[in-house]
Design a binder for this molecule. Structure first.
Ligand code: GCV
Length: 837
């Protein structure tokens, strides 16, 4: 037994040395997100007591360190050992150590798995705040939970909170490449890699592990599923071990994505056929080598036979054979094999009305049920296409009673606004998790992936997260609500969206009722708004699927092999996935679910175009026609997005300047870009259907003056592609060296106006713009954002607003554009709108 009793101030100074360099009290360089414990000081003062750790170990030390960091000076001593103190204290430890010492604890409530029990106990005249876990990891999760409760201003003087996570697999995935870039990453470069190496400084990795641990996430895959085989080379394994070491005190196990062809590309064999004995031996050797360096290695994720990746089909083998060849040697070390079911042919024949990418995962994996090793987990994207803004739950969830399953979610907002648009995804994930697959009585997806329905030993959650070096991790403080929400749902999918939002706001920003009410409303309405102005009725996001998946690009889904078709023509829109006349996809569900979707009049409006091809005049349950719904929802959604700026502005006094400004800038941008989306989609459907908007908005923009209609000097009109991403299909560009000018004579009434300038912000230059009123310069700005394109299109179209300008009839407004690099100071239009005040 060892007892340390140290003065509080000294303790805070020496703590990192005593508990190891990875413990809690670290210099912070990044946003602490929800771990700021904003209201803790008040509560903590009532909790002046030392900390006793029963047992030893790195993770237990981390738990104590986190308590010290959260409680500050009220946590005065730490006594690692095996004896209970004779004064009030926190008592931390695993059940096997704590249970026998505290007979007051009801044995039948002992935590299991990664679970914990927070319990106040009166013992021989003193009071203990017991944080006991089935494992050390559970203790750490319990410490985080205790601090969160205190920070949320809950009463922690009496505790009885026993929590067992819903599923054993609660993983985070990064799509980081070895060169430091991140596929679908919108928060800066990799925290793990740079220049084909693991970064020398892993400070941010440690901070990330702390965030993950606070949510109960127990493993992290650090490289892209489009895996670089070099990570399996012997020298790479040594540097992977450095990452694992940084993760370990936080209970986060390292995992990696591997490429199936590694036995050839790294091992020098002339085959990667999973049934070849040499290939099996190579995997065994490679896996054993990893475990020698990283004994707690979590396992592999594999993407195979998908989007050009190598796969077992090249040898006529199945996914089960491929998964099992790696799973067997992993099992020896308690490792798992997450095999992705995102397997489809991206060279489908779009002319074939029966071809359907949505069918692929079920068609391919369903016949393999029962053929996977016990440590293989099928990782299934929540919907059958690809992280779209609205998809039905994948039918595969209900089709593999003899396999372990994990749901794959996407925190990084690839198809949902790339963290530039507010889109809180928890309500969408909840709809999927709560969706009843009706495969064995009541069987919501969450009970299937937890393993409960079919008594599977493994299962759970993996989300693509893609944090980067950006100080706010995901590039936007509000986007962090998705990471928080993911972790909370993976721990407890029964939490409501409202509960998660409130927790997150309290921990991230504080407990002001106005703040909680406003930010809750903003977050909880954001998915619906985003869906409304991008792709309602289950049509997908209608984004440019051949480009960066960001701005509108409706046509891009059609007439190619990728299978994200919405099949819009002059008469109607939507994919016919019925069993009656379509691809038969609906038949992949249980009969109860199939009956929800077929025939079309029964199908919920929000999935209608996913399941059916209908005429534009089809009348929805709402009473509107499909085409009018498309128009209305785009106008309503864009309008909702524009109100976010004012809602956020009402909180200016309640939020620190840095985060307030960062979010405000994004919301202003979003308000403008939502209109780009709205205009592009409604114009595209109007052109195709020829059906006018009953409210006369489509094609009528009374306050808008097209740049090509202004008096131009130096500027040249150009056609924009796709045409619906510029107003009137045209813009103007300045291809000369010096500045160009576009002038308009204001011919309306005198008064105060907001002037909105729509321009294109390309990523190959930083053009500058000036707005002159007569001979007075009234504003200037730079096109310095890093939007994902170097062309004039729906990704780059951007709005700049100059509020409250006094105008008189016949005033002259002049925009002067200064091109830079490849960016020709492009302009689309100007709107002059009466100011709200
Ligand atoms: C990592 C989508 C994304 C790809 C991603 C793929 C996957 O197609 O656009 O970037 O590749 O999904 O999940 O494997």
């Amino acid at each position: 037994m060892r007892t340390l009793t140290i003065e509080s101030k000294l303790w805070l100074v020496f703590f990192p040395l005593l508990l190891g360099s990875n413990a809690g009290a670290l210099a912070r360089t990044a946003d602490e997100a929800w771990l700021r414990y904003p209201t803790l000081s008040g509560r903590a003062s009532a909790l002046a007591h030392p900390i006793t750790i029963i047992g030893k170990g790195e993770i237990l030390n981390t738990a104590a360190g986190e308590l010290i960091q959260g409680l500050g000076e009220s946590a005065t001593e730490v006594s690692p050992g095996a004896v209970l103190p004779n004064h009030d204290a926190f008592v931390l430890g695993e059940w096997q150590g704590v249970g026998p010492l505290l007979t007051e604890l009801d044995r039948s409530r002992a935590p299991s798995g990664d679970g914990f029990w927070l319990k106040t106990v009166q013992h021989k005249g003193v009071k203990y705040w017991v944080i006991v876990g089935a494992s050390a990891r559970g203790v750490l999760y319990g410490a985080f939970r205790f601090l969160a409760l205190a920070a949320e201003d809950k009463d922690v003087s009496t505790l009885d909170d026993r929590e067992i996570p819903a599923a054993p697999i609660r993983w985070a995935s990064q799509w980081d490449n070895l060169d430091g870039s991140i596929e679908r990453g919108y928060g800066g470069r990799s925290i793990f890699f740079e220049g084909a190496q693991v970064r020398p400084d892993l400070t941010r990795v440690r901070e990330y592990a702390r965030l993950l641990a606070s949510l109960g996430i127990n493993a992290c895959v650090i490289n892209n599923v489009n895996a670089d085989p070099r990570l399996l080379k012997p020298e790479a394994v040594t540097s992977l071990a450095r990452v694992a070491e940084v993760f370990r005190p936080w209970g986060v196990r390292l995992a990696i994505s591997v490429d199936l062809s590694s036995p050839m590309s790294v091992g020098g064999l002339n085959t990667f056929d999973p049934l070849n004995p040499e290939v099996a031996a190579w995997w065994r050797m490679a896996i054993d080598r990893i475990y020698q360096a990283i004994p707690d290695f979590a396992g592999f994720v594999v993407k195979a036979d998908s989007e050009g990746r190598s796969g077992p089909s090249q040898y006529g083998r199945t996914a089960a054979e491929a998964a099992n060849v790696m799973a067997r040697p992993l099992a020896v070390h308690d490792g798992v094999m997450l095999y992705r079911t995102f397997v489809y042919n991206h060279h489908l024949d779009w002319r074939d009305a029966k071809a359907d990418r949505a069918r692929a995962a079920y068609d391919y994996f369903h016949p393999l049920d029962g053929r996977f090793e016990a440590n293989v987990v099928l990782q299934i994207k929540y919907g059958p296409i690809d992280f779209q803004v609205r998809e039905p739950a994948s039918p595969l969830f209900g089709a593999m009673p003899h396999a372990n399953e994990a749901i794959e979610l996407q925190v990084t907002q690839e198809y949902t606004g790339q963290q530039r648009h507010l889109c809180f995804l928890v309500p969408m994930w909840k709809e999927i998790l709560d969706f009843d697959m009706h495969v064995k009585g009541e069987t919501p997806v969450k009970t299937i992936v937890s393993g409960a329905v079919w008594g599977r030993p493994l299962g759970g959650y993996n989300a693509v997260i893609n944090v980067g070096l950006d100080p706010s991790w995901l590039g936007s403080p509000l986007a962090m609500a998705n990471l928080y929400g993911y972790g909370r749902l993976a721990w407890n999918p029964d939490l409501s969206s409202e509960e998660i939002v409130e927790e997150w706001i309290r921990l991230t920003f504080g407990a002001s009722p106005k703040l909680i009410a406003t930010v809750s409303r903003m977050l909880l309405s954001s998915w619906h708004s985003y869906e409304s102005y991008t792709g309602p009725l289950g049509a997908g996001t209608l984004t440019d699927i051949l480009g960066p998946h960001y701005g509108p690009g409706v046509e891009s889904s059609e007439r190619n092999g990728w299978g994200q078709w919405h099949r819009a023509d002059h008469q109607g829109v939507g994919m016919d996935r019925t069993t009656e006349t379509g691809t038969g996809y609906i038949g992949q569900y249980s009969p109860e679910v199939a009956r929800l979707y077929e025939p079309p009049f029964r199908c919920p409006d929000n999935l209608l175009l996913f399941m059916h091809h209908v005429p534009y005049s089809f009348v929805l349950h709402s009473g509107k026609t499909v085409i009018q719904h498309i128009y209305d929802s785009h106008y309503a959604g864009a309008e909702e997005a524009s109100t976010l700026v004012d809602e956020w502005s009402s909180l200016e006094e309640l939020i620190d300047r840095e985060r307030y400004q960062a979010v405000r800038k994004r919301l202003e941008y979003q308000a403008g870009h939502a209109m780009v989306w709205r205009d592009a989609v409604v114009n595209w459907f109007f052109k195709l259907s020829g059906i006018p908007d009953a409210q006369n908005r489509v094609g009528f923009n009374p306050n808008r003056i097209e740049a090509e209609d202004m008096k131009l000097s130096g500027y040249q009109p150009v056609e924009v592609t796709p045409s619906e991403t510029a107003s009137g299909g045209k813009a103007v560009v300045c291809r000369q060296e010096g500045p160009c000018e576009a002038v308009l004579k204001y011919d309306g009434k005198g008064g105060r106006y907001d002037i909105k300038v729509q321009y294109f912000d390309l990523n190959n230059g930083i053009s500058r713009y000036q707005l002159w009123l007569g001979d007075r310069l009234i504003d200037s700005w730079s096109a310095d954002d890093r939007l994902p394109s170097n062309q004039l299109n729906g990704h780059t179209s951007t709005r700049h607003t100059i509020p409250g300008v006094e105008l008189k009839p016949f005033d002259s407004l002049k925009i002067v554009g200064y091109p830079d690099g490849g960016e020709p100071a492009p302009l689309d239009y100007v709107e002059v709108i009466p100011s709200a005040e």
